[in-house]
Design a binder for this molecule. Structure first.
Ligand code: 13P
Ligand code: SF4
Length: 333
């Protein structure tokens, strides 16, 4: 692959002065968002880790793959993306002529932040002839250095589809380890990134919770370390976990992923008992993603009103990042 291609910086629009705070009630904000959405011909896409009131206002709520698929086929003029930066950036890469706005430009991701493109490019030089699979939780620049993108819902399928090609997998080492196990490919070269939320779950506290709820099934996201995954009856993407809780005959689940998922899971699996997996330290809200939580109703209102902040990806990077995303979408049908 063209890892020797020159790197170009990825930029957002220059930071605008912060808008004056609004003096609106929650109901006024929600009505205002609906009105602005219609006026702008906008679609609101939201991830399962968003605050429940944002999920309830969204046109579509999904996991990373579903959100990319929704972004790829939307007819709206404006995409208001309620998630984190790499998700909105993916929507922009797929829709260069549309306006993509986010409630908060600072909503990042520890996996994306932990894999800076210049360092990644140098690291890849040590693995010539390898196919580079990057988890979608990475920057546009890292995508531009990759051969194919994957998400937690298709990573195993994509690795298996590559046969016996030599593979570099980045940036999540726990998802990488899970994929190795599921695909039987123990030779994947893994970048050593982690998600700050999923690595905060404590096996000891999970065991205590399991002892208290012997009938509960543990279900977990593959960004969790193996010490958590080994207790899970089911490991899947956010949408996969929701479907499992809904369809399983079991009544009680200990859910090892970001706690925002419980909102949709409770709606899809009414009457079931959903217990969030415990982080090591009760004094932190470590099972809530601090990046996802930057988005608020007020910021969503403002981004639709002001059409700012916008996501922008320089064209040479966008074109190079698009190819591995499209490859993923083609391999996911
Ligand atoms: P999903 O694609 O499973 O929704 O995961 C996204 C994510 O950021 C998990 O932390
Ligand atoms: Fe990134 Fe983890 Fe937050 Fe998902 S939960 S956006 S992987 S920091």
């Amino acid at each position: 692959m063209s890892n020797d291609a020159p790197r170009l910086p990825v930029v957002g629009h220059p930071p605008a002065p912060a808008p004056a705070p609004l003096d609106l009630t929650e109901v006024e904000l929600e009505d205002g968002i609906r009105r602005l959405k219609a006026e702008r011909n906008a679609v609101i896409l939201a991830h399962y880790y968003q605050e429940s009131e944002i999920q309830d206002l969204a046109d579509f709520v999904g996991d990373s793959l579903q959100l990319s698929q929704a972004a790829a086929k939307t007819q709206a003029d404006v995409i208001a993306f309620c998630g984190v930066h790499f998700m909105a950036e993916t929507a922009k890469i797929l829709n260069p002529t549309k306006i993509v706005v986010v409630p908060d430009l600072e909503a990042g991701c520890s996996l994306a932040d932990g894999c800076p493109a210049p360092v990644f490019a140098r690291w890849l030089e040590g693995y010539p002839g390898h196919t580079v699979i990057s988890y979608i939780n990475c920057s546009a620049e890292v995508k531009a250095l990759s051969d194919v993108i994957c998400t937690s819902s298709n990573a195993v399928k994509i690795v298996k589809a590559l046969g016996d090609q030599k593979i570099v997998f980045a940036p999540d080492r726990y998802l990488g380890a899970f994929v190795q196990k599921q695909s039987g490919r123990d030779d994947l070269v893994l970048w050593q990134g982690t998600c700050i939320v999923h690595e905060s779950f404590s096996e000891r506290r999970l065991l205590e919770l399991m002892a208290k709820h012997p009938d509960a099934e543990v279900i977990a996201h593959p960004e969790c370390p193996e010490s958590i995954l080994r207790h899970a009856a089911h490991v899947a993407s956010t949408s996969g976990l929701i479907t499992y809780a809904k369809d399983s005959p079991k009544q009680t689940f200990i859910v090892a992923t970001e706690a925002g998922i419980l909102h949709k899971m409770a709606a899809e699996a009414p009457g079931k008992t959903l217990i969030p997996a415990p982080p090591a330290d009760d004094s932190c809200a470590c099972n809530l993603c601090p990046h996802m939580r930057r988005n608020t109703l007020e910021k969503l209102y403002l981004c639709l009103r002001d059409l700012a902040p916008q996501i922008d990806v320089p064209e040479p990077i966008r074109v190079r990042a698009l190819a591995p995303i499209q490859r993923m979408l083609e391999m996911s049908v």
